[in-house]
Design a protein around this ligand. Structure first.
Ligand code: SF4
Ligand code: SF4
Length: 163
């Protein structure tokens, strides 16, 4: 964990500039997912899965763990990542479902999604400083909108995030 991230985020209340450039001070961060699918797509990347998640996902899909590994994962960053498939939107996670509900991108394994997905957008790397949070908001329209997530909850989520 970045000491800078701690220094930045532990220093509640947390301040962000609003759309008019005014400084707004809140003890937390706003986030509400629009189900756009951006965080599950784009350029090739990694969605890391650990052993517990692999077991759960294989069971959910009714396949053996070695079959799951072969069909749905790749080796990446010294671990195991879900694979992607090229769609009209970019490289979608293999479990991204754009067809069940028109106009909405759903996670096809939502209740068993990896910790990396559960903890977005409160990742350590997104909370290093205000700029990193702003960078994440450039691709995630759910950031800085919707309900306020209390700083205590944001910190817990950040500390649980694998990246
Ligand atoms: S990019 Fe943000 S708003 Fe879009 S699906 Fe991901 S979390 Fe939700
Ligand atoms: S597992 Fe679900 S939430 Fe995670 S990247 Fe894939 S589709 Fe998105």
């Amino acid at each position: 964990m970045s000491p800078d991230g701690d220094a930045w985020y532990e220093a509640a209340p947390f301040g962000l500039a609003d759309a008019d450039g005014r400084r707004r001070v809140e003890d937390g961060l706003r986030f509400s997912c629009t189900m756009c699918g951006n965080c599950c797509s784009g350029v090739p990347g990694t969605v890391m899965v650990n052993v517990r998640e692999i077991v759960a996902l294989a069971e959910r899909l009714g396949v053996r763990e070695d079959d799951f590994l072969q069909r749905y994962t790749k080796v990446a960053d010294g671990g195991v990542s879900l694979v992607e498939r090229l769609t009209a939107y970019g490289w979608d996670c293999v479990f991204l479902d754009r067809t069940s509900v028109p106009g909405i991108a759903l996670c096809g394994v939502y209740s068993d999604r990896p910790e990396q997905c559960r903890t977005w957008p409160f990742w350590k790397r997104n909370l290093v400083d205000e700029r990193s949070w702003a960078r994440a908001s450039a691709t995630c329209p759910g950031i800085n909108r919707g309900p306020l997530h209390p700083a205590s909850m944001v910190r817990l989520t950040r500390d649980a995030s694998p990246i």
